[in-house]
Ligand binder design. Sequence first.
Ligand code: ADP
Ligand code: MG
Length: 660
Amino acid sequence: MEPEIKHSFGILKKQGDSRCAEEALKEAVSHLQLIFQNMINAFVVFESVFDDQNRYVSFRFGYFNEAYSKIAKLELDDVLGRDVFEVWPGTEKSWLDVYRDVALTGRPKTFDMYHEPTKGLYHCNAYRPGDAPDYVCVIFEDITERDRDAKTLRESEEKYRALIETTDTGYAICDADGNVLDGNAEYVRLTGHKDLDEIRGKNILEWTARHDIKKNSLGFASCVEKGFIRDLNIDYIDEEGRATPIEINATLIETSSGPQILTLCRDITERKKAEEEKEKLRAQLNQANKMEAIGTLAGGIAHDFNNLLTSLMGYTSLIQLKMDRNNPLQQYVQQVLSASQKAADLIRSLLAFSRQQLVTLNPLDMNKTISTTKQLLKRLLTEDIELRTSLKRGDAVVMADRSQMDQILFNLATNARDAMPKGGLLFIETDIVSIDEGFREAHGFGKKGRYVLITVSDTGEGMDQTTLEKIFDPFFTTKEIGKGTGLGLATVYGIVKQHNGYITVCSEPGRGTIFRIYLPAIGAKAVDEKDRAATSVITGNETILVAEDDEDVRHFMMETLKQHGYKTVEAVDGEDAVEKFKKHKGIDLIIADSVMPKKNGREVYEEIHNINPSTRVLFISGYTKDIVLDRGIGDGEFDFVAKPLSLDTLLHKVREVLDR
Ligand code: ADP
Ligand code: MG
């Protein structure tokens, strides 16, 4: 049986004769039935139930369509006219209020309803058809699926939020003009803010560093145009002006609300630091390699040259001795000698640079050294240059070679003088500083520890970057020919390195120059320099064994010694030296070259010492790299004279050793 609508609600009543009206009504009802039956949404008509006091007490099924029948799993025939609470005993009483309200007031209601028996969620519209409170119609829209989608969307949004909030990459969404729509905490941090609300709606250029505004605008525009941008490096800046270097990758997406830019920003502070550090280290390594190579070359030349110079100077000195004082040729000989002396000085610089010069390290107070040398430095400077010193109270003691420290001060002061042709201030300071991790990070060098810092600054013309890069290279000079040798700073560099120290320079054209020298500080007290007054006696009659493989040098020494009364025994190498020592009784002193074929100086020393422990040995060396004597000379165990030998030094030293 077709379900029927009992009331037509008066809407289909037509004017006219009753037969016609009756037919029309029938037609309309069957139309309505079709309409309601085929509705996609469930449709119910509830009939209001009133008690005898006309109170709304319940509602019952008046009609429902096919769709409702399906949802509710009810047949209209079974439940028509039955109380809803009877059909669905579990129905909540609160529904009574809802329907009563609609029935009595006529105000429609919209609500979502979960229907447990069908496990469905419905969006409902309830309204009163007409003016009487007798009926309430309800249209049910099944939103179970839609709700599930919404939930899934919500979940996926939550996941995505969690994801972007956990990543350490800054993430932002902007509109096509660069105004921020959304961003994660890291992005907010990168912009120098605390809360997303502080930047939402603001333009990304607001926290772009001034120097990168153009770059970022262009990058953004190109992203809008091409659809992406990769690895754009710029600085963001916070309100206090602190810059953070970031790398941007962005992609354009089309959304329902227009094009948007998805931006990933990475903080590359650490990476940049590491790169800079690497670059610094590479530059330092290059510099060190270059210095090492030049040093080896210079040292090699200087070493051979030393032997040549020794015989040149030696024989010239002998000529001078043998010649009559009034001989007119004396002045030429003097010229040769003074030229040789200059050559010897040059060689000494080269050896210092290549760190192959023999040094005697003693605890040395740099404050005292500077105070003493100050007087000599003054003479070096022009009158319009003021020399000022500021020495740190307390011990500024380092293990150093006194003459080399003087050399450093002289070379730096000379340069300062040349840089201040119109006068100025030369300032020498000392301080005690520590090199720690922080220092290392800032400077890229330095072994941990306490250092004596010697700062030499001037108010001269300064240097540009290209000059600065080369100043420690030997023979680099900006001075006119004849004025500069280019060895001053190379020597300083070599000496500082040989003392396990560091040197830095800081200069700008027109703003003066500052050299800083760090030498490892030692706890010990400085030893007072012994007054080693040069012995005036340079002659003797003792027997001296001369062991030297270089024939010229050997002959020069023997000739010189003989001239001054000594007896000499000749040995051409280490083995020969030991043989000759055994053969000749009464040898008082052995002069031995440190490096010789067959047996080196040290081996000769040890063998002879075994035979006769009281025999004195004087070493000659131009060279520490042979390691033969390195230690022994450094700690004062051995006596030595450095090449090139000058006649005076040799004779004085021989006497000094014999008289001890
Ligand atoms: P030289 O003095 O013989 O030129 P140096 O090795 O002592 O050689 O110095 C190399 C170069 O470094 C100098 O020619 C000069 O250009 C520059 N220089 C060194 N010290 C200073 C300074 N205090 N002020 C300005 N320039 C300097
Ligand atoms: Mg110089």
